[in-house]
Design a protein around this ligand. Structure first.
Ligand code: TXA
Ligand code: MG
Length: 349
C-alpha cells in the first residue's frame, strides 16, 4: 500500500483533501490525523473491519480498546446507552478538548472497537483539522495514537510516517502538536468517576465539575498489584528502545549521580544519553543531552517528551538517564509517561 502524505493547515483547511480523507474512512480505509494531544490513526468506529485493520497496522493486541472521536457533543447519543448528568457536565466543561470519557456502549458500537468491553471511550478533539476530518468521515472515527505498538506516540507527521509507511492509506500532516501527551481518561461508567490516565485535564479540574474523583492506583506505581482499568495502561508502551532510569533528588545530587553513571558507561563502551531540564543540561558529561524545557515550563516539557524519546532511539542510545519532575498539575501526566517508559525504574537520592 502506498501511504499518501498531505499537508493540512489548521488555519487554512483544505476541504477537498479532507473529503478525500473522509471517503477513505467511509470505504473502510485508514487515515492518520493531527489532534491537539498526539497524532491519531483513524478508521470508521462503527465498522468492525476498520477496527481490525487499525489493530493490524499498529501491531496492537486486540483486547486494547480504541477511543471513538466525534465532532459534535450530540453525536455521543448514538454511541452510548446512557448520557448521564455527570457525562453532560464534563462534556460541557472540557469539550472540545483533551478529555476522553468512558460510558456504557450502545449496540451501534462493535466489540471490535471496544476490545470486547461493554463500555466505550469517547472524545471530541479541539484541533480544527481533527474535527473537520471526523465530520468528513461520517462523524465517528476510532483512533489510537498513530504509532506502532510499544513506540512513543507521534507528535510530528514524520514520526507517523516512520511507523506507518505502507500500512495506512493517508497521513494528514498538520505540523506540530500543541500538547504532546495523550488525553486524560475518566471512567464514568461505574459508581464513582475514576481517572484511568492522567493528562492536561488534571484530577483537580475534574473534581471541580464531578466532586470526588478516584485515581487508578496503577498510574504512578509499577509494582501495584491492581490491574489497570484502562487495558492499554498495562502495556509498557511509550517505550524507547534504550534502557531508561529516572533519578529523583536535588539538582546537585541528580547531576552528580548521572555523571557517575555516564563515566561508567563510557568505560564500558555503552552509548548513554540524558533527558534534562535546561537549567541542569550544561553540567552533564555527555554528547547526548536532550533538553525538555526549563524546570517550570511544564507545558514545554510535556510537548517535547515523546520527541526526545524518539530521538534517543534514532541515535541508537542504549542507556537513558532522565531527571524526575513534580507530580503537580500536568506533572502527574509527565511522570506517568516517564515512569512507564522507564519500566518504573526510579532511584531517589
Ligand atoms: O489523546 C488521545 O487520547 C489520543 C488521540 C489520538 O486522541 N488517542 C490515544 O489512544 O491515546 P490510545 O489508543 O493510544 O489510548 C487509548 C487508551 C488505552 O489505554 C485504552 O486501553 C483506553 O484508552 N480505553 C479505551 N477504551 C476504553 C474503555 N472502554 N475502558 C477503559 N479504557 C479504555
Ligand atoms: Mg497509544
Amino acid at each position: 500500500m502506498q501511504t499518501k502524505v498531505v499537508l493540512q493547515d489548521e488555519k487554512n483547511i483544505d476541504y477537498a483533501t479532507l473529503k478525500e480523507a473522509g471517503d477513505i474512512i467511509k470505504k473502510g480505509g485508514l487515515v492518520a490525523f493531527p489532534t491537539e494531544t498526539v497524532y491519531g490513526l483513524g478508521g470508521d468506529a462503527l465498522n468492525p473491519e476498520s477496527s481490525r485493520k487499525i489493530y493490524e497496522a499498529k501491531g496492537r493486541p486486540s483486547d486494547n480498546p480504541l477511543i471513538v472521536h466525534v465532532c459534535e457533543k450530540e453525536d455521543v447519543a448514538l454511541l452510548t446507552s446512557c448520557v448521564s448528568e455527570e457525562a453532560k457536565a464534563v462534556m460541557e466543561a472540557f469539550w472540545p478538548g483533551p478529555l476522553t470519557i468512558i460510558l456504557p456502549k450502545s449496540d451501534k458500537v462493535p466489540y471490535e472497537t471496544t476490545g470486547g468491553l461493554e463500555t466505550v471511550a469517547i472524545r471530541m478533539p479541539s484541533h480544527a483539522v481533527a474535527r473537520e476530518f471526523i465530520r468528513a468521515a461520517g462523524g465517528y472515527v476510532a483512533a489510537p495514537s498513530a504509532n506502532l505498538s510499544g513506540r512513543p506516540s507521534p507528535t510530528l507527521a514524520c514520526y507517523v510516517l516512520e511507523d506507518m509507511d505502507g500500512r495506512i492509506d493517508m497521513i494528514l500532516d498538520g505540523g506540530d502538536i500543541p500538547i504532546g501527551l495523550e488525553s486524560t481518561i475518566v471512567d464514568l461508567s461505574g459508581d464513582k468517576p475514576t481517572l484511568l490516565r492522567p493528562g492536561v485535564i488534571t484530577p483537580d479540574m475534574l473534581e471541580e465539575v464531578l466532586g470526588e474523583v478516584e485515581i487508578d492506583p496503577t498510574i504512578l506505581e509499577g509494582n501495584s498489584k491492581a490491574r489497570p482499568k484502562a487495558p492499554g495502561m498495562k502495556y509498557r508502551h511509550y517505550a524507547p528502545k534504550g534502557d531508561m532510569l529516572l533519578i529523583e533528588g536535588t539538582s546537585e545530587k541528580v547531576v552528580e549521580e548521572i555523571n557517575r553513571s555516564l563515566a561508567k558507561d563510557k568505560e564500558a563502551g555503552i552509548k548513554a544519553g540524558v533527558i534534562a531540564t535546561r537549567e541542569n543540561a550544561p553540567f552533564y558529561n555527555s554528547d547526548i543531552v536532550k533538553i525538555l524545557g526549563g524546570k517550570d515550563e511544564t507545558d514545554k516539557i510535556a510537548a517535547s517528551l515523546y520527541r526526545c524519546l524518539r530521538e534517543m532511539d534514532d541515535e541508537g542510545v542504549e542507556k537513558i538517564y532522565s531527571e524526575s519532575f513534580t507530580t503537580e498539575g500536568i506533572g502527574h501526566a509527565i511522570m506517568n509517561r516517564l515512569l512507564k517508559a522507564a519500566g518504573y525504574k526510579k532511584i531517589t537520592l
